[in-house]
Design a binder for this molecule. Sequence first.
Ligand SMILES: Nc1ncnc2c1ncn2[C@@H]1O[C@H](COP(=O)(O)OP(=O)(O)OP(=O)(O)O)[C@@H](O)[C@H]1O
Length: 765
Amino acid sequence: MEDQEDDPGAGNVRVLCRFRPLNEKEKQMSDNMNIEFPSDNKTVVVNQHMESGEPLKFNFDYVFSPRAAQVTVYEIAARPIVEAVMQGFNGTVFAYGQTSSGKTFTMTGPDLEDPTMMGIIPRMVSTVFYQIENADEHIEFQVKVSYCEIYLEKIKDLLDPTKNNLKVHEDRARGVYIADLTEKSVYNQDDVYELMKIGTANREVGATNMNAGSSRSHAIFILTVTQTNSQDFSTKVGKLYLVDLAGSEKVGKTGAAGKRLEEAKNINKSLTMLGLVITSLTDGKSTHIPYRDSKLTRVLQDSLGGNSKTALIVTCSPSPYNEAETISTLRFGIRAKSIKNKPKINREYTVAELKLMLAKAKEEIIKRERTIRMLEKALEKNNIPLPNINLSLEEEKSSDEEVEEEKATNAEYLEVIAELEDTRTKLSEEIAIKAKMKQDNDKFIDEIEEARIEYENLLKMYNELGARIEEMEESIKEKDDLIEKLVVTKESLESIVDGFNNHQLELEQALTSKDVEINQLKIDLKMSKPTISNDQLTALQSRLQETQEENHRLEQEIEALQKRAYSALPKQAQNIEQFKEEALKKERDKWNDEKRKLIRELQIRVETIAKLEDELDDAKHNYKALESTLSEGERTLKKKSDILERNLEQLTLMYHQLVSEKSKWTVEKKVSDRKNQRLTEKAKALEDQIKSERQRFEQLDFQLKNVSEELEERKSVRPTIGNGPARNIRKTIRGGGAKGADGSSTPGHNRYFSMVNENPFERNN
Ligand SMILES: Nc1ncnc2c1ncn2[C@@H]1O[C@H](COP(=O)(O)OP(=O)(O)OP(=O)(O)O)[C@@H](O)[C@H]1O
C-alpha cells in the first residue's frame, strides 16, 4: 500500500568521512599527516606505510578535512536526515571510528549551547523546533525524547537509570523498538538539552590512554516527532536515531586492563557484529542477516537495510600513529556505503483515504468480472466448452511449486487481513480520541458562548449607563438654565417689590397730605369760623379729584404688576413641574395666592379711600350747607364737626392700617427673599446630587472596563485539555510557532538558526 511518495527509491546508506586535527600527543610523535584531501570533497588518500606502501584512495559521499566546521558537518551530513524525519521518515545518524577519533565531538560537541562548537544532536534539535515553528498551523506536533546506552550488552535507560536491562521488541506498527524505554515530551530546545545533560551524566565514561573522556558504551538518542493534521486527521511519525558508538580500540594502545579491558572486549565484539551485519547486507550472498547477535545490531536493525534514511559518519585520526585503525575504519565505511535501505513515510491513513482505496479495489473487481464474462461469451460463441474448474482436482494436480505459490498467496492474504484488522483497531482508537476531542471542543465552544453573552450583557449595561449619564448631563444643563432664569426672576421680583414700596410711600405721602388738610379743616371747624373759601373748596375738590385719579392710576399699575407677576409665575411653575418639583410649585402657588390676596386687600383699602372720599364729598356738601346755614348756630356746626371728626378718625385709622400694611409688605418681602434663597439652595443640593450620581456612574464605568478587560484576557487564553503542565503526559505543539496546549512556545530558542542563517559554511574550528 506504499505510494510513490513512500518509496523515493531505495536509499543507500550515505557514508561521510571526517578527519579530526592532530592532537598534542600525536603532534609530539609526528606532526606529519599521512592523509590527503583532494578538492572534490569526496575522496581521501591515505599515504600508507603498512601494506603495499601504495597510496589508498577511498570514495565517500563527502569527506570533511580537519578544518571542517561543526556547522558544515551538520549541514551536509545530518540536515537532510532531520528534514526527512520531519516528512515522516525514520532517520539515523551514527558515528563510527577508533577511540578518540572524534565521534562524541561530532555527534554532541564539546558544548551543547555554544553555537560554534555544538555538535549534530543539538543542531538537529534546533532544526526540528525551527521547522515546527514554521509549519502550517493545522499541523500539531508531539516531540518525545528517549536516551539510552548499550553497555556490556545491556540496554540502560539514561533518563531513568533504574531501568538497566531493557528488551528489544518488534511489531508491525512500530518496527524494532526498545520496550519500556522512557519517553519524555519536550516543547523546546532547552527541554531537550536538559534531558541530554541528565542522560550524559548517567553515561559510562572512563579515561583511557587515548581519551580522557572515552565513551565506554554505545549511546543512542531517540527523537520521535509525531505530526497530526487537524484537518484530515492523518498522522505521520518520524523517528530519529542519533548514535554515538563506543570507539574500537587496540587494548595494547589504550592500556585497558581490568574493567576497562572487559569493556573494550565487549565494545570490539559488538562492533565486529556490526561489521558482520554490514557484510551480510552487502555481500549479495547472505540469506540471513545476524541482527539478533548483538544488542547494537538489533536496535539498529531498521537503520541498516530497513525502514530508515541513514547517514554514517566515519571518524578518523590523521596521525600516522593510527594508520591501521584509520584504514580499517575507512574500509568499514566503504562497505556500509552499499547497504540499501527501504525508507517509507510512517503514516496512518485517514478514513477518507481508506474509503478511496476500497472504492478503487471494488472498481477493479467489477472490471475483472466484466472481462471474465466477455471471455466466457467468446468461448461460448466459438463452441469451446468452459473449463470445469474443480478446486479439489486442481489441488490433486498441482505441483509442489503451485502449493508453495498458493501458500504464499494465502500468507499474503492473511497479511492483508492482519493489516486491515490493525487499521480497523487504529481507526476505532482514533475515532474514540476524535470523539473526546470533539466533546472537549464543544465544551470549549459553550464556554466561549457563555463568555460572549456575559460580554454582550456588560456592553448593554455599559451603553445604558452611557445614555443615562448623557441624560443626567442634559438635566444638569437644564437645571443650570433654570437656576439662571430663577435668578433673573428673583431680581425682577425684587424690582417689583421695590416699585410697590415706592408706590406705597407715595400713597403714604398722599394720605399724610390729606391728613394735614383734614386737620386743617378740623381746626377751622373747631374755631367755628369757616375759613374755606369757594376757591379753596374748588381747589380741595380738584385735589380730591386728583387723589382719586392718582388712586385709579395706582390701581392700574398694581393690576399691571399683578399681570406681570402672573405671567412670570406660571412659567417658573411650568419649569419646576418639568423637574417634578411639586413642592416648589406649591410654594410658588401659595406665594401667588398670598400676593393676590394682598393686592385684593390693597384694592379694598383703595375702595375704602374712595368711600372716604365720597364721605369727604358729603362733608363738603354739608360744609356748603353749613356755609349757607352758618347763621343757624354753633350746635349744627358742632354736629357736622363731630361727623367730620369721626371721619377723620376713620381716616387716621386707615392711615395706621396702611402703615402696618407696609410693614407687613416688608415682612412678606423678607419671606419672599428667604424663599428665593431656599430655592437657590435646593437647586445647589440638586446639583451636588447630580455630581455624586455622576461619580457613581464613573465608578461603574471603571468596574465595567475592568470586567471587559478580564473577559478579553479569558477569551485569548485557550483552555487546556488534560491535567496541566506535567511534562510526561501527551501534549502537542502547534505548527507555525503557535502556543502548545501548555501555553509554551518555541520562539526565542533558535539560537543556532540565527547563527546558521548568517552564513553557515564560513566558520571553521
Ligand atoms: N574535529 C575536531 N576538532 C577539534 N577537536 C576534536 C575534533 N574531533 C575530536 N576532537 C577532540 O579529540 C578528543 C577526542 O574526541 P572524542 O571524545 O569526540 O572522541 P571519541 O571518538 O568519541 O572517543 P571515544 O570513542 O573514546 O569516546 C576530544 O578532546 C575532542 O575535543
